[in-house]
Design a protein around this ligand. Structure first.
Ligand code: KIV
Ligand code: NA
Length: 246
């Protein structure tokens, strides 16, 4: 699984045969320049999901439900919000952060015919409760809680679950205990699948660089070089040439 927020990136990921494309709310940080994911709106997710869906032929597209569009006291509102994402964008599923506290909402969304992906461990929409972006479920009690949560989610009907920033041995235990696929990010290699934020793995976002990110390209360097070359060529009158003119 990889993230995409625009049409050309979605096309590239889809053509590479990646199973799932996530329109994540990391959008807020890696594309929109916010400090965290909390400011991302339902309309932001819908706008970017539409662009991504236009570029995809094969991959399953999953869209994040943003902060405050669920985990609210009115479950019918959660279902309506999930419904807007599906109806207005054409993506195939939604992803919600959280465990037992959202199980009724998960059930209601699934009941409405909308596939739901879960997300446990470091759930960035709760960053202010965690006191920062850090590894979760290191202590015995928190490990137990995560195992309970994942079983509750499975029972509520999620078709897969993202495990973010938890100890590798816990992710292994979770993966062995449940029958739905686990998708890890900073959760070791025993998960059924892996996910990275595309901007992170391509070197397009460097504000911070978690240990779990592997850089497969350094596009920030490539882009900076290209922009500098263009600037110099224009200043020196070397662009455009005769063959680039009419
Ligand atoms: O928003 C996002 O990119 C995510 C992934 C890191 C799983 O939720
Ligand atoms: Na997200």
């Amino acid at each position: 699984m990889l993230t995409a927020y625009d049409y050309p990136t979605a096309q590239l990921i889809d053509r590479a045969g990646i199973d799932v494309i996530l329109v994540g709310d990391s959008l807020g940080m890696v594309v929109l320049g916010y400090e965290d994911t909390l400011a991302v709106t339902l309309d932001d997710i819908i706008y970017h999901s539409k662009a991504v869906a236009r570029g995809v032929k094969e991959s399953l597209v999953v869209s994040d439900m943003p902060f405050m569009s669920y985990k609210i006291d009115d479950i019918s509102k959660t279902v309506q919000n999930a419904g807007r994402i599906i109806k207005e964008t054409g993506v195939g599923a939604v992803k919600l952060e959280g465990g037992s506290e959202i199980s009724e909402e998960v059930k209601a969304v699934v009941q409405a015919g909308i596939p739901v992906m879960g997300h446990l461990g470091l759930t960035p929409q709760s960053v202010n409760q965690f006191g920062g972006f850090k590894v979760q479920a290191r202590e015995v009690e928190a490990r137990k809680k995560l195992l309970e949560d994942v079983l509750v989610l499975e029972k509520a009907g999620v078709f897969a679950v993202v495990l973010e920033c938890i100890p590798a041995d816990l992710a292994k235990e979770v993966t062995e205990r449940i029958s739905i696929p686990t998708i890890g990010i900073g959760a070791g290699n025993a998960c059924d699948g892996q996910v990275l934020v595309t901007q992170d793995m391509l070197g397009l976002f460097s504000n911070f660089r978690p240990k779990f990110v592997r850089r497969y390209a350094e596009l920030d360097t490539d882009i900076s070089l290209a922009i500098s070359k263009y600037k110099n060529d224009v200043k020196q009158g070397e662009f455009p040439k005769v063959e680039e003119s009419f």
